[in-house]
Ligand binder design. Structure first.
Ligand code: HAM
Length: 429
């Protein structure tokens, strides 16, 4: 029997894994500058948590959740996103009774049963932030700017920030009524999905990608005509801040986002490469004012955003922005029959001093050993033959320059210290 990865899942190995860590570390470090604290929450939660928060009208809940009964007959779901679980954790741990807002960042796998295609997986990874317990619109600005700057620091040039407001509950109620009125007149000409959307949540029709429906959607009523004074002011204040900060954006009144908990601000980051490849939404988020209460917490609001790591990685890869593995400091090449005790002391000592090190114990010829050192991206090769053992003088070769040194055994660590100090930041005496 042949085992392969399940459809929509993928192994992340070698340089790809290195770059996933690179992306996650970069985003975590920026998050720490913004005073976000790391949350690690379970991958499984009660199904009802997501049904309640992400919402019964969302595609995620209706079609995409990995839900099952566990052996105790409990209804459980592999998280399809983080926000609901983060709020559950904040509420359970009573964090909103201490300092508000709570600022969380998180990273890990999420699961959605979607049709796999370029940049769309069934198991993928998200990195995100949430600010919970504050009503200030500056918190929205903080999240939007975090995402914008993070993408810049990854080296992305042509990020398009798309932003919209869904207004408060009243504005939305009025708007939805108008949408139902409008789309009911045209629904016979529209796709089957839109028929369903009209029943469940007419806002979702604005998100329809069907070409033939676009002219009808284009002429639909606009949310801006139904915004309350407060919602309008809130949105304009956010846009003003973005203007002052030089953050470029496009207001798109069709942006509604696919999850039910949003209110007021919603936003997404889109990316199209110079070659014209459209990577779609690489991250998105928004403000929510009912979610915390819905999950059993106090009546406070929050705002957040999540990035899809797979999509960030694909952009790095396609645009030559990948980070390069640091490689090894030292690769040991034994020649002939060298005592295993001697070799074990040598590689353990080097590693104990904090230098990365490996040894060739497999291939016999010097040239194939040397090639292995190169493939491991090693900076120095230490060649150990009988002569080296007898004289206690090691042969050390700089792999890049091919320069060769004779180094007294006892001086090896200070030699490595001196010659690798520019590259490394070792923490040894
Ligand atoms: P979302 O837009 O559903 O938002 O997902 C965020 C990001 O995850 C997307 O922009 C995309 O990059 C990535 N993504 C989504 N689905 C897939 C997939 N099937 N394969 C690969 N990547 C995918 C949320 O999840 C919200 N929780 C964001 C948020 C945080 N809102 C407030 N706080």
């Amino acid at each position: 029997m042949e085992y392969t990865v399940l459809k929509g899942t993928h192994d992340i190995i070698n340089n790809e894994a290195y770059n996933y860590s690179y992306i996650e570390n970069l985003l975590s470090n920026i998050a720490k500058i913004y005073n976000f604290k790391e949350f690690r929450i379970p991958i499984i939660e009660k199904t009802s948590l997501f049904v309640r928060s992400v919402g019964e009208s969302s595609d995620v809940v209706r079609k995409e959740m990995y839900s099952f009964l566990d052996k105790g007959e409990r209804e459980i779901t592999l998280r399809p996103e983080f926000t609901a679980g983060i709020i559950r954790s904040i509420v359970n741990n009573k964090l909103l009774f201490n300092d508000v807002p709570v600022k969380a960042f998180y990273c890990g796998p999420v699961f959605r049963y979607e049709r796999p295609q370029l940049g769309r997986y069934r198991q993928f990874n998200q990195f995100g932030i949430e600010i919970v317990g504050s009503n200030s619109y500056l918190r929205d600005v903080e999240c939007i700017v975090f995402g914008y700057n993070a993408l810049k620091m990854l080296g992305f040039k042509d990020v398009r920030l798309v932003i919209n407001t869904l207004g408060d509950a009243n504005s939305r109620k009025l708007y939805k009524e108008k949408l139902v009125e409008y789309f009911s007149k045209h629904i016979d000409e529209m796709c089957a999905d839109c028929h369903e959307r009209l029943e469940i949540n007419p806002l979702r029709i604005l998100d329809c990608k069907n070409e033939d429906d676009q002219h009808i959607i284009f002429n639909a009523p606009k949310i801006s005509d139904f915004l309350s004074k407060e919602s309008n002011e809130r949105f304009q204040n956010i846009l003003n801040c973005l203007d002052i900060l030089g953050v470029e954006y496009t207001v798109d009144e069709k942006l509604v986002r696919g999850l039910d908990y949003y209110s007021e601000t919603v936003f997404e980051y889109h990316y199209t490469s110079e070659k014209g490849i459209n990577y779609g939404a690489i991250g998105g988020g928004g403000f929510y004012n009912n979610l915390v209460k819905e999950i059993g917490g106090p009546d406070v609001s929050g705002v957040g955003l999540s990035f899809g790591i797979e999509r960030l990685f694909n952009i790095l890869k396609d645009n030559n922005l990948l980070a390069k593995d640091d490689g090894l400091d030292v690769y040991i090449i034994p020649i002939g029959n060298i005592s295993n005790q001697y070799l074990s002391v040598l590689f353990t000592t080097i590693r104990d001093y904090g230098f990365s090190c490996d040894i060739n114990l497999e291939s016999s010829s010097f040239s194939s050993s040397f090639k292995k050192a190169e493939r491991n991206n090693a900076k120095f090769a230490i060649i150990v033959g009988e002569e080296e053992i007898n004289t206690h003088i090691l042969t050390v070769k700089n792999i890049e320059t091919k320069e060769q040194f004779k180094v007294v055994e006892n001086d090896l660590i200070s030699f490595l210290d001196k010659n690798l100090e520019e590259d490394n930041d070792h923490c040894h005496e």
